[in-house]
Design a protein around this ligand. Structure first.
Ligand code: ZN
Length: 424
């Protein structure tokens, strides 16, 4: 059975308040959270709901007054069968990309990045094509950096883009992919399609050696349409299998009405695995693990009873802000600033409450003989300074090497960047 937790009702209802606090504790304690998202998480960023956006369709209508197109037609793979609907599609996507370029990541995107920076995010999966997760700091599956010699870098990909990326273009003939440039946009907006550079190069090479010429493919926006296979489908399958094998301990579904078939299947598979790690009785230890949470204004369809444990009735931004607030109160140690101080010439100056967790390099035992002799090729390298690493407890060691933190950094600034939140 799905428990409904209505944000508006919590003021008058203590069990709702308790339920919401329990979910915050789950987020704070779980270590392998899978998050799946849809258009709802980008609403506050000003991304138009393009499948029903009057504004964008009005602009298309202006350019193509004689064309009658429904929203769904603009995102169906069959549109490429007709040159006019192809042109309309290009114009529409170019306009959509321009409005996305003017937007910024919102609280929910930053929340995903926060989970990742605290080593809690197993993976984010999104139906969105706006790429705002990447701008919040999560590497997307469609990006160039996600690949190494045509193989997906599973560990590095933090956000799986199930429906592609509007900031990329792909050749309709040879499938070569490129970042979408302003030059591409200026052609798309006129309903035109740029030639594929890779095809052009091959065609010219054939002409040079008097071979039979080949067709040069055109570039299209690299988003996935209805009834179209995902070009990275195999890679996504590999990533999902890896994540299922790691037994995620929480599933958060946000800002989606769960209507697309392939997406529903993915959510159900994750939910099953998450439930398999839930304790058999609520009084058992680790009762914060194994929950499936759905955060959306509208309730899930009947088929999700028994799959979704909690329906939080709220905007995703409202909920993530509540979670962060609770988390800070419940586990303040997660929010303490990581500090690395350098001790030089026996001088240590520090403020705050630290304990020494490691002392590295050049422990001064006195005599010359105990010092490491420089290797030949290191003769001109100055010896390293005497470093002492100090750390607050319960925090992962720093990834980068800082010589010092600026003294005036506040706790919030140092632990995660949050300057773009409206109203914070
Ligand atoms: Zn090509």
């Amino acid at each position: 059975m799905t428990i409904t937790l209505d944000f508006v009702a919590q003021k008058a209802d203590s069990s709702t308040r308790r339920g919401l606090s329990d979910l915050s504790l789950s987020v704070a304690k779980c270590k392998k959270i899978v998050v799946v998202t849809g258009a709802g998480i980008s609403c506050s960023s000003g991304i138009p709901d393009f499948r029903s956006s009057d504004g964008l369709y009005a602009l298309v209508k202006e350019k193509y007054p004689d064309v009658v197109l429904k929203g769904r037609d603009l995102f169906d793979a069959s549109l490429f069968r007709d040159p006019t609907s192809t042109a309309v599609f290009h114009t529409f996507i170019a306009q959509l990309k321009q409005s996305i370029d003017a937007a910024a990541p919102g609280p929910t995107h930053h929340f995903l990045q926060l989970l990742d920076s605290k080593n809690k995010l197993l993976r984010s999966y999104t139906q969105n094509i706006d790429g705002l997760e990447a701008r919040a700091g999560l590497l997307g599956s469609a990006s160039d950096e996600a690949k190494e010699k045509s193989k997906i870098r599973t560990k590095e990909v933090r956000n799986v883009q199930l429906h592609g990326d509007i900031h990329r273009v792909r050749c309709r003939s040879c499938s070569a992919e490129y970042p979408c440039t302003p030059e591409h946009i200026s052609q798309f907006i006129e309903g035109l399609a740029p030639d594929c550079p890779e095809c052009l190069e091959r065609a010219e090479a054939r002409i040079a050696r008097s071979a039979r010429t080949i067709k040069v493919g055109s570039l299209r926006p690299a988003i996935v349409l209805y009834d179209e296979p995902h070009p990275l489908g195999d890679d996504i399958g590999i990533i999902q299998s890896a994540d299922l094998a790691r037994k995620p301990d929480m599933l958060i579904i946000m800002g989606t009405s769960l209507k697309v078939h392939g997406f529903k299947k993915l959510v159900k598979e994750f939910a099953k695995t998450v439930h398999s790690v839930a304790p058999s009785s609520p009084s058992k230890a680790k009762n914060w693990s194994g929950k499936v949470v759905f955060v959306n204004r509208t309730p899930p369809a009947a088929e999700w009873a028994g799959i979704i444990d909690y329906h939080v009735v709220a905007d995703t931004d409202t909920w993530v802000e509540r979670v962060i607030e609770d988390w800070k109160k419940m586990r303040p140690s997660d929010w303490e600033v990581q500090q690395t101080l350098v001790v030089k010439d026996g001088d240590v100056s520090m403020n705050g409450n630290f304990k020494v967790v490691a002392s590295t390099k050049n422990k001064t035992k006195g005599t010359k003989d105990t010092k490491k002799k420089p290797r030949k090729n290191e003769e001109n390298v100055p010896p390293p300074p005497t470093d002492m690493v100090l750390s607050t407890p319960d925090v992962a060691p720093p990834k980068a090497t800082f010589t010092s933190y600026p003294a005036a950094v506040s706790e919030q600034e140092a632990s995660w960047k949050f300057p773009l939140y409206p109203g914070v």
